[in-house]
Design a protein around this ligand. Sequence first.
Ligand SMILES: Nc1ncnc2c1ncn2[C@@H]1O[C@H](COP(=O)(O)OP(=O)(O)OP(=O)(O)O)[C@@H](O)[C@H]1O
Ligand SMILES: O=C(O)[C@H](O)COP(=O)(O)O
Length: 393
Amino acid sequence: MNKKSVRDVEVNGKRVFVRVDFNVPLENGKITDDTRIRETLPTIKYLIENGAKVILASHMGRPKGQFVDSMRLTPAAERLSELLGKPVVKADEAVGEAVKAEIAKMQNGDVLLLENVRFYPGEEKNDPELAKQFAELADLFVNDAFGAAHRAHASTEGIAHFLPAVSGLLMEKELSVLGKALSNPERPFTAIIGGSKVKDKIDVIDNLLNIADNVLIGGGLSYTFMKAQGYEIGLSLCDNDKLDVALGFIQKAKDLGKNFLLPVDIVIADDFKADANVEIVEVGNIPEKWEGVDIGPKTRAKYAEIIKNSKLIVWNGPMGVFEIDPFSNGTREVAEACAQTEGYTIIGGGDSAAATEKFHLAEKMNHISTGGGASLEFMEGKALPGVVALNDK
Ligand SMILES: Nc1ncnc2c1ncn2[C@@H]1O[C@H](COP(=O)(O)OP(=O)(O)OP(=O)(O)O)[C@@H](O)[C@H]1O
Ligand SMILES: O=C(O)[C@H](O)COP(=O)(O)O
């Protein structure tokens, strides 16, 4: 990576503003998955051990510029304190006199977590005034929030214009793993793309078609491809205004000599719930009032074989409605194949990461990205504003 990292600068005795992504799932005020917090520990511990005053900042949810009690970062501070085995002071605001007073009291190695930066309207607008207020709190900016690196916000991008700005160790790891995979992939390289809508995945399919050898399609977005080819899809999800785009991808794959695979059989249901009637049909045979909810067993076997014979696998988006058990087999078998392959497996965050957790296979993957939208934009080949703004080496 051509950006400076926290290892390239002096941190001893410095006040360091560290942007993290503690946007973790909460249920009744309890964190249900602390992965994003655990993944920032190397950076935080590095700063503590090297005598920095660690000022952490994050967003949580989408409070739209207002203070919302259920989106305060108090549970994240408590969890971080448990993981570090030391106190983490939690501020009730992210800027202002009370925060400055709290920072003035800090000793080297102390950790402070600011309040949710999205409680301030200037955050998402990337208001330079708010960015300046963040910058006034510190001597150095460290961006470790890979999950939010696709957002040009005051605490991810704006602040970098007012302070020396370097990447954290998680940011560095994500960029290095994803970057190496996409720029110099081991082959055969297989990309698996699922999820609900074609329109959300156009750019990623387009870019991966250029660089992967095999592109395997599943999930809700596959029905748009089927309809585009003239197959009956019943009530299945469909982006009707993306039929031409879908046909374009099929043609592009042919032109480039790529292996572009669509499901050959489908699990269909007569309702979107666990006790619905379920059948397996060949492509093109979905009855009028039924919908596709998962890839069928022949498709699963074919995809699994390709995955097992690949040297690099990048997976983004579930193969079916994996949250509902009878519709989860396709996603589970793809996850199992990823767990068993000798190839290097990269899970592109979001729902695919949640699926590997659900099937207790997360440990078997080589890299699970902490970014959902961010890893998608990276795989689309887009520059991430939170990275672009950091100082070059
Ligand atoms: N056949 C289908 N019909 C309806 N919904 C589906 C189908 N297949 C998958 N889904 C749903 O798609 C959702 C995931 O789609 P989405 O595009 O948001 O996923 P994603 O690519 O993992 O996104 P992110 O990584 O950004 O979270 C899941 O909730 C899943 O239930
Ligand atoms: O969960 C995520 O993908 C990141 O934390 C970014 O959140 P956002 O989509 O609300 O910007």
